[in-house]
Design a protein around this ligand. Structure first.
Ligand code: NAP
Length: 493
């Protein structure tokens, strides 16, 4: 592992994209009560945002409510054109958006650029889908009836998003919401508000009318109370941890809101003896070390067949040992800091626990000196199945390897979790690949690949990993209601 310690200032070609105000009803709203945002690579202050609470959040809901019907009354083609322009502006300002994201979130600048493109892809995709929100004409149950099913926007949407993908987790929700004719109030993570605010600024420039898109920064609990409790909000969409998601979803039931949840995972990465080992090691690096292991689809457990186990462990450890750790704004860094000190503490605890239970440390396993919250990329072998890192989401750069003998054991180990988001499988045996993809209790399976996310495919989990799907043609479904119009007619003049 190489460690880079130098850091760089925030070079933006459009400094007005760095905004220290919330966005409510088409206005940039501020307050003397502020929250600080720091750079995890340096610990330095980047800026401050308003520390809004319930009152200002209700104002955002007022604005979203007032704007919803007029927005829905526009043609789908018009709404799509606004979304397409928003996507274009996001791509035009990719460099600045990536710089802001890396400064507040920490990920390497190349990954941040990748996320900007990924974020824009949802706006573009749902710009196209807007014109395909078609209803149905159903064969009637009686000769004097006609049945029409309309798809109507659910209304005002509330979205709470995490810090690990500060742009894409927003566009995956705002894209379909706006396409369907909904308006939205977004609460980004307090750790990464500047990406969300820059995105809102570009949305404003793209022609999104006042009140259609609102971004509220501040006290999570107070904002969350309004977003889950206000009866005017008809849909609540959340991406984040399973514990917070469950708690907020339960609150939404008082007003019977539509709820979508994208929660945590515990992804298995299964490698069979017959796998292409080069592809498996490449896939492992992508599925484990992207964003320093801080993605919901990150591998949490490597489950490797006994015949290939030693070779896979050695090859993975060798590759991981060469990863360059440093500030994300330094183009040489493969891996940036973790989001904060709490994350470092959790990752350290998982490593200590595994070693304490008999696992062997092959590389890494240490915090990195310096002002930032870095943790060295780590490989552990012979991790017992009851180790913390097999039972909880590590959300950090630690690859823990477990051994299996046969297919039945691999399936049992992989499915032994209450999560069901992403899973990965490496094999060259066609029959086995079909048996295994059918047996895995997950919303997504990567077969011979460690990268599965795209705007064109449904993203989401089963079991306690969530409800609903984002992206793809299914992604719009959570933002529309079906309305039946049952018409009685006289069948003779
Ligand atoms: P988190 O702590 O649950 O936070 C997510 C969001 O919820 C943040 O905006 C946070 O605000 C807010 N929040 C926290 N407590 C709240 C409360 N009492 N009331 C209202 N809002 C509250 O999760 P995280 O650590 O940011 O994100 C990591 C988790 O997200 C991981 O479990 C990961 O697997 C999951 N994730 C899932 C997906 C998916 O698609 N399935 C995608 C990405 C991430 P503050 O940050 O301001 O406190």
């Amino acid at each position: 592992m190489t460690v880079l310690l130098q850091d760089y200032a925030l070079p933006l070609s459009r400094s007005d994209l760095f905004i220290e105000a919330a966005y409510v009803g088409g206005k940039w709203a501020t307050d003397t009560d502020r929250m600080e945002v720091t750079n995890p690579a340096t610990g330095e202050l980047i800026g401050t945002v308003p520390n809004f609470g319930a009152k200002q959040t209700s104002l955002a809901v007022d604005a979203a409510t007032a704007a919803q019907k007029p927005w829905a009354a526009l043609t789908a083609g018009y709404r799509g054109a606004v979304l397409r322009e928003w996507a274009r502006l996001v791509l035009e300002h990719a460099r600045d958006l990536a710089t802001i994201m890396t400064a507040e979130q920490g990920k390497p600048i190349a990954e941040a650029r990748g996320e900007v493109v990924y974020a824009a892809s949802f706006l573009e995709w749902f710009a196209e889908e807007a014109r395909r929100i078609d209803g149905e004409v159903i064969q009637p149950h009686a000769s004097d009836r006609r049945l029409l099913v309309r798809k109507e926007p659910v209304g005002v949407v509330a979205a709470i998003t995490p810090w690990n993908f500060p742009l894409a987790m927003i566009t995956r929700k705002a894209g379909p919401a706006l396409a369907a004719g909904c308006t939205i109030v977004i609460k980004p993570s307090e750790l990464t508000p500047f990406s969300a605010l820059a995105l809102a600024k570009l949305g404003e420039e793209a022609g999104i009318p006042a009140g259609v898109l609102n971004v509220v920064t501040g006290d999570a609990a107070q904002i969350g109370d309004v977003l889950t409790g206000d009866p005017r909000i008809r849909k609540f969409t959340f991406t984040g941890s399973t514990s917070i998601g469950k708690m907020l979803a339960a609150r939404c039931m008082d007003t019977v809101k539509r709820v979508s949840l994208e929660l945590g995972g515990n992804a298995p990465f299964i490698v069979f003896d017959d796998a292409d080992i080069d592809a498996a090691v490449d896939g492992a690096i992508a599925a484990k070390f992207r964003n320093s292991g801080q993605t919901c689809v990150c591998t949490n457990r490597f489950i490797v067949q006994e015949g290939i186990y030693d070779e896979f462990a050695n090859r993975l450890s060798e590759r991981v040992g060469k990863l360059v750790v440093g500030p994300g704004l330094d183009g040489r860094s493969d891996q940036g800091p973790l989001i904060d000190q709490r994350a470092v503490a959790r990752v350290s605890a998982h490593v200590e626990d595994a070693v304490g239970r008999g696992a062997t440390l092959m590389t890494g396993g240490t915090t990195v000196c310096g002002p930032g919250t870095f943790f060295s990329p780590t490989v552990l072998r012979d991790v017992p199945a009851d180790a913390l890192l097999c039972r909880e989401e590590t959300f950090g750069p630690v690859a823990g390897l477990l051994k299996f003998r046969d297919e039945a054991e691999a399936i049992a180990m992989a499915n032994d979790t209450r999560s069901g988001l992403a899973s990965y499988l490496f094999t060259r045996d066609l029959d086995r690949s079909i048996r295994m993809t059918e047996a895995l209790e997950y919303g997504m399976v990567g077969l011979n690949t460690g990268v599965i996310s795209t705007e064109v495919a449904p993203f989401g989990g089963i079991k306690e990993s969530g409800l609903g799907r984002e992206g793809s043609r299914h992604g719009i479904d959570d933002y529309v209601e079906l309305k039946l119009v049952c018409t009685a007619i006289k069948t003779t003049p």
